[in-house]
Design a protein around this ligand. Structure first.
Ligand code: F6P
Length: 556
């Protein structure tokens, strides 16, 4: 794969010149061009995306599009979509987009059409979800399932949790889902303590089925199930009864079905996927089984349809109209030319309260890299920090810094035209009040408040500077009709392709994650030193020895 150093391109030189000459003035930009909002607004499936409050003009946008061409974004996108092994450090294809292609499509990779397998697994998940929802799948004492506990971490947790929370109004009325991810025993302790084992079903989700946290939690959950069923007199304390309980109360999701069997879960109760699905790109694979059980197969199919609609847009829209590409290029503009170190994502939709956490893995595990796909160092900044919280809560917490702090923080605002809970406060529609805050914040960030405007309000002169808002804080506003399964799929696919676009510009492999390995290795080396192995303790550095000594002195 030939990597084009973006900093050597003509477009980069043009952007450098444009940045030097550019004095952000969104007030003037809107005043001078009544069509600005319309000219800088795009649609992508059901998403209405207003880019007009970004620090761009036509020349900048043109140069960003030229940059996409010069770094070969089109070829890299097509290589991804067709199954080329663009994840070079793991020698894998990157085919999460295949997971949402309709039945009947064909995608031949290394001589095999992957689409029949994708739909075979999907049909198996749909049949399983139907059984659990209809009460046909029962626990060991014949009771229908009321709680599904997903055990997974990283991509095997963040996507399912986020989507489950986002689609709460679609969840089956008898079924609740919980998520255990952390190896901190308080996580499983809290999540399991009030559950009835007879009506609880565990889904162990792990792509590799080797992840320390997930396997430890799965074993603890299995022990909990056995102990509680025996205590309740639901099963005998025999090997066979325990096996029978696992068969009724455990299913698995993995690419390593042999390891699933080793754990004691019948491979017939396992849902597979493939090494060409990255963990953080996997909520639309079998990893989404918990979501499918919760919302049902029709809604899950709509969810996948939402992804696919955005995939089609990314695959076909010219760059100047291509929303994921434009948003990715704007992020490059801010990171590399404004030195923005972070990016806030602020959903005005309480149901999206885990969206930022989900995006953190998607964006930062993908693009937090200092080495390019060809092993050479990157030539410019990469991988900004993504963070956020739902509005309006964030307004009363950290928005101060976005409005008046010294760092430029580009923000994406996300809001829905309709709410699942239409409510009045007296005559006021509460959703409209909520949206008023959304509109107000992007307006305040863009246009600010001048000293003259502050003075005109009669503010004492010594307080004027504290009350001035500079404005010109860039935002993108994303709206959709409602937070449907399809729209949630669209939002995820949008950010997947934004992330991809940035990775291509920077020349990095956005699909590996070697940076998580060292800590895992060291944890296994340190573990023996913690409880009693003094020889292992001696081998640690001074700080680690001191911390472990403190732990030993305090443990009860
Ligand atoms: O350690 C990071 C990571 O490999 C993520 O990329 C992945 O989503 C997570 O761990 C969980 O991995 P698995 O699904 O194999 O348990």
């Amino acid at each position: 794969m030939t990597i084009v150093d973006p900093t050597t391109t003509t477009a980069w030189a043009t952007l450098t010149g444009l940045k030097t000459a550019y004095t952000p003035d969104l007030r003037a930009a809107f005043a001078g061009d009544p069509e600005r909002a319309a000219r800088f607004t795009r649609t992508c499936a059901d998403l209405y995306v207003d880019l007009s409050k970004n620090l761009v003009d036509d020349h900048i946008l043109e140069a960003l599009v030229a940059l996409a061409d010069e770094v070969g974004l089109g070829d890299r996108r097509d290589a991804m979509l067709s199954g080329e092994r663009i994840n070079v450090t793991e020698n894998r294809s990157v085919l999460h987009t295949a997971l949402r292609r309709p039945a009947g499509d064909s995608l031949v990779v290394d001589g095999t059409d992957v689409m029949p397998e994708v739909h075979e697994v999907l049909d198996k998940i749909y049949a399983f979800a139907d059984k659990v929802r209809d009460g046909e799948w029962v626990g060991v004492t014949g009771k229908p399932i009321e709680t599904v506990v997903n055990i997974g971490i990283g991509g095997s947790d963040l996507g399912p949790v986020m989507v489950y929370e986002a689609l709460k109004p679609y969840v089956h009325e008898r079924i609740q889902c919980r998520f255990i991810s952390n190896i901190d025993p308080t996580d499983s302790g809290e999540k399991l303590s009030d559950l009835d084992p007879e009506t609880t079903l565990f889904i162990v989700a792990s792509k590799t089925f080797t992840t320390l946290e997930t396997l430890t939690n799965a074993r603890m959950a299995r022990d909990w199930l056995w102990r509680r069923l025996i205590e309740q007199g639901a099963i005998e304390d025999t090997e066979e009864a325990r096996k029978g309980a696992v068969a009724k109360h455990f299913v698995a999701v993995s690419t390593a079905l042999d390891k699933v069997a080793d754990f004691g879960i019948d491979p017939a109760n396992a849902f597979g996927f493939w090494d060409w699905v990255g963990g953080r790109y996997s909520v639309d694979s079998a990893v989404g089984t918990v979501v499918c059980v919760a919302i049902g197969k029709e809604n899950f199919a709509d969810f996948l349809g939402g992804f696919h609609a955005v995939d089609e847009h990314f695959a076909t829209a010219p760059w100047a109209q291509n929303v994921p590409a434009l948003m990715g290029l704007l992020n490059v503009w801010y990171v590399n030319f404004f030195k923005a170190a972070s990016h806030a994502v602020l959903p005005y939709a309480q149901y999206l309260h885990r969206f930022a956490a989900y995006l953190q893995q998607l964006t930062m595990e993908s693009n937090g890299k200092g080495v390019r796909a060809d092993g050479e160092p990157v030539t410019t900044e990469t991988g900004e920090v993504f963070w956020g919280e739902p509005g309006t809560n964030g307004q009363h917490a950290f928005y101060q810094l976005i409005h008046q702090g010294t760092q430029l923080i580009p923000c994406d605002f996300i809001a829905m035209a309709n709410t699942a809970y239409p409510t009045k406060d007296g005559d006021a529609d509460v959703h409209e009040l909520f949206l008023a805050n959304f509109f107000a914040q992007t307006k305040a960030l863009a246009f600010g408040k001048t000293a003259e405007e502050v003075r005109a309000e009669g503010v004492a002169e010594e307080l004027v500077s504290a009350k001035v808002f500079e404005g010109n804080r860039p935002t993108t506003s994303i709206m959709a009709p409602a937070l449907t399964p399809s729209v949630v799929g669209q939002l995820i696919a949008l950010y997947e392709h934004i992330t991809f676009t940035q990775g291509v510009v920077w020349g990095i492999d956005s699909f590996d994650q070697w940076g998580v390995e060292l800590g895992k290795q060291l944890a296994m080396q340190i573990a023996p030193a913690i409880s009693k192995d003094d020889a292992a303790l001696e081998q640690q550095d001074g700080s680690t020895r001191g911390l472990i000594a403190y732990y030993r002195s305090q443990r009860s």
